[in-house]
Structure formats: structure tokens, C-alpha cells
Design a protein around this ligand. Sequence first.
Ligand code: ATP
Length: 540
Amino acid sequence: MIMQMEKLVSLCKRRGFMFQSSEIYGGMNGFWDYGPLGVELKRNVKNAWWQDMCAGHNELVQLAGAPSTFEMVGLDCTILMHPQVWKCSGHYDLFHDFMVDCRESKKRYRFDQVRGRWVSAKSQRIFVTTMVEADSEVEETQRKAQKYFNLRAKDVDQLVWESGFLSLDKLTPEEHAVALAPDANAIGTFTAPREFNLMFKTYVGALSGEEGAAYLRPETAQGIFVNFKNVLDSTRVKIPFGVAQIGKSFRNEITPRNFTFRSREFEQMEIEFFCHPTQSPGWYTYWRNRRMQWYRDLGLSDNRLRLREHHTEELSHYSCGTADIEYAFPFLAEGEYGELEGIAHRGDFDLRSHMEGKLDPKKRPLELERTADGQPKYRGSGRDLTYRDDLTNERYTPHVIEPSAGADRAMLAFLCEAYTEDQAPDEDGKMQTRVVMRLHPRIAPIKAAVFPLVKKDGMPELAQKIYGDLKKHMNVFYDEKGAVGRRYRRQDEAGTPYCITVDGQSLVDGTVTVRDRDTLIQTRIAVSELTQEIKTRIGS
Ligand code: ATP
């Protein structure tokens, strides 16, 4: 699988899906640029989400046996917000990871991401760690242990391994003293773990002191909560309803890795769904299932996709459920999954915090967090963020279901799923290995490519005309260079679902061939019906 990942990463660069940001200056870890194909793919993923979840939403839902509908509206909030937003949301105090430094190599690691295993030799037991990809960690720990114990290759069976890998944060402080850091030669070089806030800090205006301090949003969700009243007052939405937002988020991840999976700048696609407290468990189940189906519909296979319900101990007590939609990314070890999206039942925690002040998530019922002298730790906005039901006159603080997805992670999963090598005949009918990106036609960057079979006899002119007509409706590509077989191969790698070829017969009877990327079947279609035919096939 690692092999497949390396091939995918190289294809993404070679064909212009993704580039390392600021590459000509050596790049920046955790930042990625989307190239000409990547920008189309990502935009298609976001558009599909927006269309299916917000603009085109028209679902009739059976909730507790009764049919129910709801409205969805959109928002686009700023990246920098009032600093109090992050104090009341809890991010200012709690949005951190633990990190450890290595005193020898001066490298920094996320505490829970350093993995290792116990080994004994020459009457000493040590914990050997590594940060290499999961598939190579066995060999890497073997190599390091051999070097540490100064053993020759023929003596490696003196190493007695204890089964299984553990992450460093599972060890006691005493055990840390015998841990061998990933890039160190001596044991015991890890510092004690320290908190590291993941929000990027900046300064607004000419003020450089703390008065001007602001944070780049680490999630888009808070913009929706603080605009709850504005949405209610400016539209006719009634509970239940949802608000959708797509936008950039920033997290100063300690160890960004696995291609775009963990980036420092990324895009989120988030929904805050507001409902009556008694109905929230039903809506939670509804959103969990609906979001899972969305990934399936766009091509992720069931054998790599799973819905993982959090255990009760993992839940904050205001929540009656959180589930992650996870995907078996090829860079992970066999049997491991990475999060694509979290669907959380958040109760009334967020709206109440922005009304009253920061709530204590450990207290049941939720109480305002207070300083040692009993003062509210962070005051809320003081605005009324409750809802009054016109029909029953009931006033309450709505509960929230939050499906929170990452556009970049979804795109990476679609790319991983799409990458395929198969056998297809070349020009001379010989079977050759071809690389094909089997992207769902809805998200494929280029919907169709148009080729004249040869560059003469009026074929380019007809092909150009077809290209011009199709271009008004979708992203199409024109190519007349080189052998047609090679042109097909280039489109297979780009994930283009259809290739249209103008040949000798086209000039006689006004038909062209349409080649299907996956089945390789070619059908003749009249030029007059082509636009409609391709639109139907791509489902637009
Ligand atoms: P993780 O545990 O992987 O750090 P998280 O649980 O912190 O993720 P959430 O806060 O629930 O993530 O964010 C919602 C979604 O945003 C995630 O499911 C993921 O798709 C996306 N996301 C979060 N952090 C990153 C990141 N650093 N790079 C790319 N996407 C991210």
C-alpha cells in the first residue's frame, strides 16, 4: 500500500493535482497548493457537498415515524473573529495537543504520534520509537535497536521484542527515561510533554500588544453559532434547520504528515443543524447515516469506509453521541483508519457559551466556568440566542448536530480510491499496464476530452467545434498531439471519464466515438446528441 501511496503522490505532482507550497524555496511543511487538475477536483467536491447538503437539499425525512422536512441555508464568515469567540468556545484554553522535544536531535513530536515497541538485549530493556510510516516501522525499530545495542547482523536474534506497538503517551514518566527518540542515539532524551495551542496567532491593526491579538480560526463552526440570531432574524427558517459553511481553517499541527491528510491550512465543510432537544437523538442518527451515504455515492467503497461510534467514555457529557466517518487510507497500517468527518451531538453547549460565558464541560449540569475568586472566567455576548416556537410559544436553547468534514481529506480519499493500475490494449493491441484514476464523473476535474484522430482532413476543425460547444456546459479538454492511444492514457491518468474522437466516419455521417474510461467500451454517438449524452452520463 505504501508503494501505491508513493505512486499516487508522484502522479499528483506530475499531473498537477497538488504541489508543495512555496516549493522553489524549499517548501513549507503542512501547506499544499492545488494545481490545475487539483483545483477542479476540489471545487467539484465542495460543489457536490454544497449542492447535496445545502442549495439542492430537498429531503423528506421520517423522524420517529412522522415525515419531516427542514431548510438549509448557507453562510460565509471571516477567518479572523473577535478573540472572545475563542475564549467562550473553549479553543483558547483547551485546543491544544501535547508535544515532546528531543534534547539530542532538537526535533519536536506530537506526544501521541510517537510510536514504538519494547525490546531487550544485553540485560537492558528499552523502548525504541520511530516516526516512519506504519508499514516500515518494524524494520526501522529493528535497525535502531541493532545500532543501539551494537549488534552485528548475524546477532540480531539476541533482540527480544515484546509484542505490539504503543504510542509514547501510554508510557509512565519512569519508562520515558529508557525511551529512544526517533532521531536520537542515546536513550532518555525526550522532554516531559508540554501543551501546545494549535491556533495561529496574529495581530490586527497597528497594535502589536495583546490588545490587538487575534487568532486564525481553527474551525468554521463558531462563525455559524455567533450568527445564529442573524440567520433567524433575516430569513424565515424555523427549527429544525441547518446552516452550512465551507471555508479555510488553520491549525498549527505539530507534525503535519501523510500528504494533505494533516495540513496546517485546510478547508472544512461544516453544518450546524439546530433542533428541539427532545428530537436531537433522532436527528443525530439521521445525519450520521446521511453523511456516510454521501461518501458512498461519490465512490468510496464500503470495504475501506467505516462509521466509528465513540465510546461513552470518549464523549463530553453534554453529548449523546459522536461518530467518525473513517477511511482506510493506504498510508496507514493494515486495519487502521483515518478520520474523514466527525458527526457530533453538541447539545446546547455552544449557543449557551456564546450567550452566558464559557461553560465548564466537566460539570453536570453545565455551569459557568469561574476563576478562583468566583468571577466568570470569560463572559458571553449577553445576547439572547434562544429560540421561540411560534406555534407552541415554547422558548428553548436549541440542540445542535454538527457534521464536520474536511474538503482536503475527502479529496485525498477520493484520489486514493481512484488510483488503479489495470491491463489495457495499446495501439498495436498489446496488453500494457495503464494507470487510471477512476474518479466519480461528478467530481472528475475534466469531464470529457475531444480528439481529432489525425491532424488533417477537417478532423481538427470538427473536433474544435465540438470542444467549443461542450465547453459552455462543462470542463472539457482538447488534444491533437501524438498518437491517439497516448492521448487516451493521459486522460486516464487525469481521471477524465469520457474521450470523444473525431475520425473519418465523423466527416461522413456526423457521429463520433465516445470511449468510457472504465469499461473501455467505445460507442458511436451523433454530434447533435453529444452534449446531452455526456451530461446524462456525468449526472448533471
Ligand atoms: P484529527 O483527530 O485528525 O486531528 P479532529 O478530530 O481534530 O481531526 P475535527 O476538529 O473534528 O478534527 O475537524 C473536522 C474535520 O476537519 C476532520 O474530520 C478533518 O476532515 C478536517 N481536519 C481537521 N484537521 C485537519 C488537518 N490538520 N488537515 C486537514 N483536515 C483536517
